[in-house]
Write a protein that binds this ligand. Sequence first.
Ligand SMILES: C[S@@+](CC[C@H](N)C(=O)[O-])C[C@H]1O[C@@H](n2cnc3c(N)ncnc32)[C@H](O)[C@@H]1O
Length: 220
Amino acid sequence: MLSKVMRRARVALDPRLGVVRVALSRSLCSARRLIGLRAVADAAARRGVPGAFIECGTYLGGSSAVIAERLWARDPGVAVYLFDVFTGMPEPGPDDPKEAWDDVGKFVSSPEEVRRTYQMAGLPTDRVTITAGLFERTLPGFASPAVSVLHVDCDWYEPVDLVLRTFYDKVSPGGTVIFDDYGHWSGCRKAVDRFLEERGLRVSLTPIDRTSHYFIKPGA
Ligand SMILES: C[S@@+](CC[C@H](N)C(=O)[O-])C[C@H]1O[C@@H](n2cnc3c(N)ncnc32)[C@H](O)[C@@H]1O
């Protein structure tokens, strides 16, 4: 507990971690995870993989602001697409654990709150497209561009599965796919593992912290 408080204090005082500082109060992610996301986004930007940044599961926008800031530092033209229902966590399904029901209805937010986070962080909002609604309704009609970074932060089996099926083939070779809940929610882990197995994808998932994991799409 003490180390968590000290880590937050260190982040609050470190001028290099500007957006992380803002995101701390505008995200469910810990300081450690936000700093890890920042490093992963920075590495993605350095590799110069073409494509947009897409996040599914945005809440107040903190994690997306941290990733977007690093991508924009290298290429201010990167388009950002954020998807969320914003009316609270939907019900989990049969592949999720029963504790998942405790979160139903939590994390209510809005596109205005997301824009506020970007403004607080000194980031532009004109390159950010926010789509409100259940993924089941909003993703099927979305004409996805090529994707350089995909951040999957929607907790339950079904939305994680749908997001992978919608966007994986759009991720550019060398692109980054991040799963916020891989180490925490068993439904998320099951959806990811099943997808990778079904596609015969032999990728190594690298931990950012105890729960968030990512891999680089092969083929670059
Ligand atoms: C853990 S929160 C995201 C946290 C956020 N990335 C941050 O930085 O704090 C998960 C989000 O996923 C969204 N979500 C989950 N399932 C969804 C679905 N089927 N359709 C749309 N949004 C969904 C919820 O509304 C919630 O805001």
